[in-house]
Design a protein around this ligand. Structure first.
Ligand code: HEC
Ligand code: HEC
Ligand code: HEC
Ligand code: HEC
Ligand code: HEC
Length: 447
């Protein structure tokens, strides 16, 4: 996001080399080598990077839709957010940002903006400006010298230098923390990690997202332990699977037919170094769906017990509209919005617990436009190594059959709320429902 009042600060901190907003237009595309050049020797690393989201940060369909249909259109209508036209690309198409190519050509025109977060951008980052990494405040010094993790490495094509900064979470934080023009942290993966247990124990982003494997760093080098460039995240089911463990138990195993069942569900984040969901929190939802099936096969949906904290209504699936501010860019001032959750379209799902943090626009309406975010709602996500407990108190229905009742919990994750995707015609792969985990338990109903 463009924050002109901070640029001056970064300029001085960077001792000459501009960073963040101040770097806009400070370079040309020709200062950077193309990934295809690196691929001629680093073929394996190149293949991995092409599979990652970072090689698609500018070209991926949902990014293209949000940037061109919402952000650029909004920037052209409202002075306060005018900076996002350039600013989005500080992280999504850094070479275009540095070259002052604003807005860059559409992805189908195949310009160098399509290189997205490229090899030469990351491997010319020497450090960052200021105290906190955020809003693309990395410092890039392009040229023959490449920054790498290992000492004494020799290449026929370039010089190399060992730079410990590349091995730290702060390096990633320069793009994985974002503050809106209203001064709100709208992306804080690095900050969440930094205040959690993993940072304290010296576990960095690279340990989980760039694990080392026996491989050739370049074609001509012997196999060694090499950092993988897959950057698996929310677009990889293998990364998402089991990131939250789900366990459940009934308070009583035997319940009279006119009694009340109480079932507790525990959700433990044992795999993720930051909160879940993280990153594009404005888009993402994770929700817990619990059902009970009696001995005759009748199925009931169990709504979660409210805990009573401020802002909780945004964390329980409901039949309400939101995201009215999409109307600004689309020039539809009376736009009524679309369904807020999309999991509640079936009456069966109203009452599911949603793990999320709501973003609000300057008018207090819920938004998926992080650049238009002036405040945040209750943060009801699951922190690293945190366990959240949800309770389901269920007065048994009159028509329940005697005998065993199976209770099943399913924790779902979706990258973009379905009604927004439908409205903006975002391809279906962005709204696949990923099952993070399931659990089940039972109790007996007696006469
Ligand atoms: C002509 C072949 C060749 C080309 C082209 C090439 N490299 Fe290299 N590069 C090497 C070799 C060989 C090494 C040494 C690898 C080793 O010994 O582990 C190396 C090492 C590196 C390292 C240091 C890794 C470390 O272990 O610290 C980085 C970073 C790097 N290259 C980045 C790049 C980037 C970015 C590009 C494209 C702009 C590129 N290279 C293009 C051959 C090449
Ligand atoms: C120059 C900016 C930049 C830097 C530096 C950077 N990233 Fe990213 N990263 C991005 C952008 C932009 C995306 C989003 C891609 C997209 O549009 O889906 C992304 C996506 C990802 C994803 C995929 C998330 C998903 O939803 O699937 C992971 C994982 C990730 N980055 C990890 C890292 C790690 C680990 C580091 C540090 C070693 C790092 N990134 C450094 C900009 C950056
Ligand atoms: C998002 C930033 C980012 C991008 C994009 C990126 N790298 Fe890296 N690369 C890193 C980081 C960080 C490390 C060090 C990881 C570690 O050791 O913890 C690294 C390590 C390396 C190494 C040394 C591997 C080893 O362990 O010996 C080479 C070589 C390399 N990268 C080349 C490339 C090439 C070629 C590309 C493009 C195809 C590329 N990188 C894209 C961040 C990036
Ligand atoms: C202990 C391992 C671990 C560490 C450390 C870690 N991550 Fe992750 N990360 C995960 C797992 C597991 C997921 C998949 C669950 C999810 O998407 O929330 C994930 C997901 C992500 C995502 C996608 C989030 C979403 O919901 O869209 C991004 C982006 C990301 N990580 C970046 C980072 C960055 C940047 C750091 C360091 C500041 C980091 N991670 C540190 C394990 C880790
Ligand atoms: C400070 C860096 C930064 C800035 C500025 C930034 N983004 Fe991102 N963006 C990211 C990162 C990192 C991710 C990946 C987070 C994750 O996967 O959870 C991301 C994810 C996204 C996604 C979701 C991609 C997906 O596949 O799920 C969209 C869409 C997006 N950004 C659009 C934009 C737009 C439009 C702007 C400008 C208004 C913008 N971004 C500004 C860093 C940035």
């Amino acid at each position: 996001m463009i924050m002109t009042f901070l640029s001056a600060l970064w300029l001085t901190a960077a001792a000459g080399t501009p960073a963040g907003d101040a770097a806009l237009g400070s370079r040309s595309y020709d200062d950077y080598e193309k990934p295809a050049v690196c691929a001629s020797c680093h073929d394996d690393i190149f293949q991995q990077w092409t599979q990652s989201m970072m090689s698609q940060a500018y070209t991926h369909h949902w990014d293209e839709i949000e940037y061109f249909e919402l952000a650029v259109a909004h920037a052209e209508r409202e002075e306060f957010v005018a900076g996002v036209k350039a600013g989005c690309n500080g992280c999504h198409a850094p070479l275009a940002f540095l070259a002052g190519d604003v807005p860059p050509p559409r992805p189908e025109e195949n310009s160098r903006a399509n290189e997205s977060v490229s090899c030469d951008l990351c491997h010319t980052i020497t450090g960052f400006a200021g105290d906190t990494p955020y809003n693309f405040n990395w410092i890039s010094e392009p040229g023959r010298l490449k920054q790498g993790p290992k000492p004494g490495v020799v290449s026929p094509h370039h010089d190399t230098v060992e730079n410990d900064f590349l091995k730290t979470g702060d390096f990633c934080g320069t793009c994985h923390n974002e503050m809106s023009g209203y001064g709100v942290w709208v992306k804080s993966t690095h900050l969440e990690w930094k205040e959690g247990p993993y940072y304290a124990q010296g576990v960095h982003c690279q340990d989980c997202h760039m694990p080392k494997a026996m491989a050739r760093s370049a074609k001509m080098t012997a196999p060694a332990m090499v950092a993988q460039h897959l950057f698996h995240g929310a677009h990889d089911p293998g990364k998402l699977n089991g990131s939250i463990e789900v366990r459940m138990n009934p308070l009583e195993r035997e319940i009279p037919w006119d009694g009340t069942a109480v079932v507790n569900v525990q959700l433990f984040n044992g795999k993720c170094g930051h909160k879940v969901p993280s990153g594009s929190v404005e888009d993402r939802i994770m929700w817990l769906h619990v059902t009970a099936t009696d001995s005759e096969g009748k199925v009931w949906h169990l709504p979660v017990d409210a805990k009573g904290f401020a802002g909780e209504e945004y964390t329980i699936a409901a039949d309400v509209l939101a995201y009215q501010d999409m109307g600004i860019a689309l020039d539809r001032p009376d736009f009524p919005g679309v369904q807020r959750d999309g999991v509640a379209l079936d009456a069966m799902d109203v009452g599911d617990r949603i793990f999320r943090m709501a973003y609000f626009d300057p008018q207090g309406r819920m938004t998926i436009q992080q650049w238009n975010t002036k405040s945040l709602g209750a943060d009801y996500r699951i922190g690293p190594r945190e366990t959240k407990v949800e309770t389901f108190t269920w007065t048994l229905p009159e028509d329940i059959a005697f005998g065993r009742v199976e209770v099943r919990a399913q924790l779902n994750y979706q990258r973009l709320v379905q009604p927004v995707a439908d409205f903006l015609k975002v391809p279906a792969d962005e709204t696949v429902i990923e099952v993070i985990n399931t659990a089940s338990t039972w109790f007996e109903v007696y006469e």
